[in-house]
Design a protein around this ligand. Structure first.
Ligand code: BGC
Length: 360
């Protein structure tokens, strides 16, 4: 176990005599181009500072060497705990070894860090269930299923296309597997057809989860597989940023009232507006406030020489060991759910949804 009694500056893990004000938590986040990571970073920082801890929060601009360097610096500056949302889940073994050598506990935040024994805890959502929820939302959007799980009235067959996230993000595989397990019976029965034939994760993945990458791939798909006048009825998209790129490509090709059923994830404000306007079909809401809270609880446990409480000790094998995890549930949001799930919980105001912009 990496948790230990502190042994001075850079000793990590805190010490019985340390006051919160003497302890620093390094928080490494991947990028500020996606709203969710800004919300995550801000929430973790505010919650830790409210408890009196010092916080060293860094964003890496989706650049792997930058993230490695930032973590190196956090270790040198004497961080007592590290909370890391990795860009490339396999690229941080060296940093994690340095953290272990300095007895600094490491919490993987939302994205599992792979191929290292030095990951002490993992806080995330149930990522397989995110994929199930995305595929289910696609089926509901197409009318093949009802929200209550019963069969819908639609018969199909429907043309769909599939997208996945960045292959170096462990979550991308969980999302895709959950989705494909859910879609398989419909694909086998011919109710759903992937007209491009691209059904393998490495054919449909978008590097770094980039919106432009998704737009480009959707444009290519429209040109290569839908130039015979056929329609794309649905698109499995694992993240709102990708969904916006996909929607742009479809709009540029003339889709309007006949817009495809496009799924998403993260309830980013621009996409929530698109859902409210009837353009995007759904998103998956992951309450980053709750995730930040769990990261803080886990971080504090390590600082107090305790073991954080896990609710899953089986699912997340990082290639070296099963990392004890705390997983949170997720919620699907269609237009009808915006008020009850996102506005009533205080995540967004009605004005923000109407404007498609968060006040921050
Ligand atoms: C997160 C998703 C997010 C994606 C792109 C994943 O690791 O779990 O919530 O949409 O990264 O940022």
């Amino acid at each position: 176990m990496a948790a230990c009694s502190g042994d001075g500056a850079g000793g990590g893990g805190g010490n019985d005599s340390d006051k919160p004000g003497d302890l620093t938590i390094g928080v490494s986040m991947p990028t500020q181009t996606s709203e969710r990571w800004i919300a995550d970073g801000t929430s973790v920082k505010e919650k830790l500072e409210a408890k009196g801890y010092k916080v060293d929060l860094q964003y890496a601009g989706d650049d792997i060497p930058t993230q490695s360097q930032q973590i190196d610096q956090m270790i040198t500056r004497g961080a007592d705990v590290l909370i890391i949302a990795a860009i490339d889940g396999t690229a941080l073994s060296g940093q994690l070894q340095a953290a272990a050598d300095a007895k600094i506990p490491v919490i993987a935040y939302d994205r599992l860090i792979r191929d290292s024994p030095n990951v002490d805890f993992y806080v995330s959502f149930d990522n397989y269930k995110v994929g199930v929820a995305q595929a289910t939302a696609l089926l509901v959007g197409l009318g093949l299923k009802n929200k209550d799980g019963s069969d819908g009235d639609a018969k199909g067959p429907f043309n769909i296309e599939l997208f996945a996230g960045s292959l170096d993000d462990n979550n991308a595989h969980f999302f895709f597997n959950g989705a494909m397990d859910t879609l398989k019976p419909f694909l086998d029965a011919g109710t759903l057809k992937v007209k491009s034939g691209q059904t393998k994760i490495d054919q449909v993945a978008i590097l770094r989860w980039q919106q432009e990458g998704a737009q480009k791939r959707m444009e290519d798909l429209l040109t290569s597989s839908y130039n015979d006048g056929s329609k794309v009825h649905g698109v499995l998209s694992p993240y709102d940023g990708l969904s916006r790129g996909i929607i742009t490509a479809l709009q540029n090709a003339g889709y309007r009232d006949d817009m495809s059923v496009v799924t998403g994830q993260d309830a980013e404000i621009a996409s929530v507006k698109l859902i409210n306007d009837g353009v995007q079909s759904s998103t998956i809401f992951k309450d980053t406030r709750l995730l930040a809270e769990q990261a803080v609880v886990a971080g504090e446990s390590f600082l107090q020489d305790k073991t954080p409480q896990a609710n899953d000790t089986e699912t997340y094998n990082n290639g070296v060991k099963v990392v004890p995890s705390y997983l949170l549930p997720v919620q699907t949001v269609f237009k009808d759910d915006i008020k009850s799930v996102l506005i009533d919980s205080g995540y967004f105001t009605a004005e923000e949804v109407a404007a498609g912009q968060a006040k921050g």
